[in-house]
Design a protein around this ligand. Structure first.
Ligand code: FEO
Length: 408
């Protein structure tokens, strides 16, 4: 049954309880969920996040019971996915004086999604503060938790963190505080982490570093329970889960290079994987003797990066001799990635990809990565034009994301 939920001094939960079986990331949430939206009723009344796009009208009607919508000064959108920003268009149409607050990318996305080009926006960056009258909000950018534009909002005087999806659980209830839950919520809390946050574990670590010295008494996320029994317990849990051991998995980086650019990429790959605790072998396949060493490394590794420069539309060096033999090896438990530097068209990377597809190895490509992580800017196969800084940075980002994915 709906009832008023007071989160803190002049802070009201104004969200929506969705007790359907809710489709979510190709699962069905059997216990439903909530879309938590908060009203901070200060001199400059502020909304933090809205609710799912399906419930915009009910949301706005309910909100009118708490405030004259034209008095709303700010609408903070921590995360643009439509289960939190979906009610923004209908809210903004009534809250005519409100400024919409988001990260730079968030603002771009909101303008495009909801055709809000004529609204006033405020772009905030890491550490920016906003005085809303008797309360101060501070913002922290938390990219990829779980989409790129995401941020969290901290209400300084209230010692309350509004982290949107981070620290969420899925349950449909109006008994929304963790100390009112009828059962231990940790299992649901951890399942949520595994599904949504764990693919971005490195970013979880960055987020923890940003908030670890903040005095937090309440965590008010965007789904499920508001966590007030012990914020530290939940933050520590994320900290522990994000440290998950990087395993005893082994990797190999097997490549041939023309002028040394693909060699640089191979070395970056080895460094990034080694930093994750993955024992990594690197082999430049130049001589006949390197071919056997490379095949042995393939047999001994779980993750294999195969790279070549492109010359005259083809691979260089002896790597093709390794690739030709893959079809006769049982590689079904292994994952392969193609990469390489090129000057014009980069055919070698595509040919490597074809060889991998023709073997039993599980070939990682952008499609797999998007489905596993939601990151659409991670490239695989990974192609780098010459050795341009911008492309190399993208390359490193892609190897990092692939490494995280493969050690889960
Ligand atoms: Fe709850 Fe990423 O949306």
């Amino acid at each position: 049954m709906k009832k008023d939920i007071l989160v803190g001094n002049n802070v009201y939960w104004v969200g929506y309880v969705d007790d359907r079986k809710v489709p979510f990331h190709r699962l069905v949430l059997e216990k439903g969920t909530t879309y938590n939206s908060y009203l901070l009723k200060t001199e400059k009344p502020t909304i933090i996040d809205t609710v799912d796009i399906s419930f915009g009208r009910e949301y706005v009607e309910n909100l009118k019971e708490y405030i004259n919508l034209e008095e709303i000064k700010y609408i903070v959108i921590n995360h643009v996915e439509p289960d939190h920003s979906g009610a923004l268009p209908v809210l903004a149409s009534k809250a005519k004086n409100a400024v919409i607050v988001a990260t730079e990318l968030g603002v771009q996305e909101l303008k495009e999604m909801y055709k809000l080009h004529n609204r006033e926006f405020l772009i905030v960056k890491d550490g920016d503060v906003l005085d809303i009258g008797a309360k101060t909000l501070r913002f922290y950018e938390t990219p990829y938790l779980h989409t790129e534009e995401t941020m969290i909002t901290y209400a300084v005087e209230d010692k309350t963190l509004y982290p949107c999806d981070i620290f969420s659980t899925h349950v449909a209830t109006y008994d929304l505080f963790d100390d009112l839950a009828k059962e231990d919520i940790m299992a649901d809390f951890e399942v949520y982490y595994k599904l949504i946050m764990d693919p971005h574990r490195n970013y979880v670590k960055e987020m923890i570093n940003k908030i670890k010295n903040i005095d937090i008494e309440i965590i008010a996320p965007s789904h499920g329970y508001i966590l007030r029994s012990s914020a530290k317990r939940y933050i520590d849990s994320y900290d522990d889960m994000s440290q998950a051991s990087s395993t005893n998995r082994k990797a190999a980086v097997i490549y041939s290079t023309m002028t040394g650019n693909t060699k640089k990429l191979a070395n970056h790959t080895m460094d990034i994987l080694s930093d994750k605790g993955i024992e990594t072998t690197i082999i430049n396949v130049k001589e006949e003797s390197d071919v056997e060493k490379a095949k042995e490394a393939v047999n001994n590794s779980d993750i294999i990066f195969f790279g070549s420069s492109t010359r005259y539309g083809d691979m260089v060096g002896k790597i093709e001799e390794v690739l030709k033999d893959l079809k006769d090896m049982d590689l079904s438990s292994k994952t392969g990635v193609a990469f390489g530097s090129y000057g014009w068209s980069g055919e070698a990377v595509e040919i490597i990809y074809d060889y991998l597809k023709a073997s039993t190895i599980q070939v990682l490509d952008s499609s797999n990565i998007i489905k596993a992580t939601g990151m659409n800017d991670v490239q695989a196969p990974i192609r780098v034009k010459f050795i341009l800084d911008e492309d190399v940075n993208k390359f490193k980002k892609s190897v990092d994301a692939i490494g995280e994915l493969l050690i889960r």
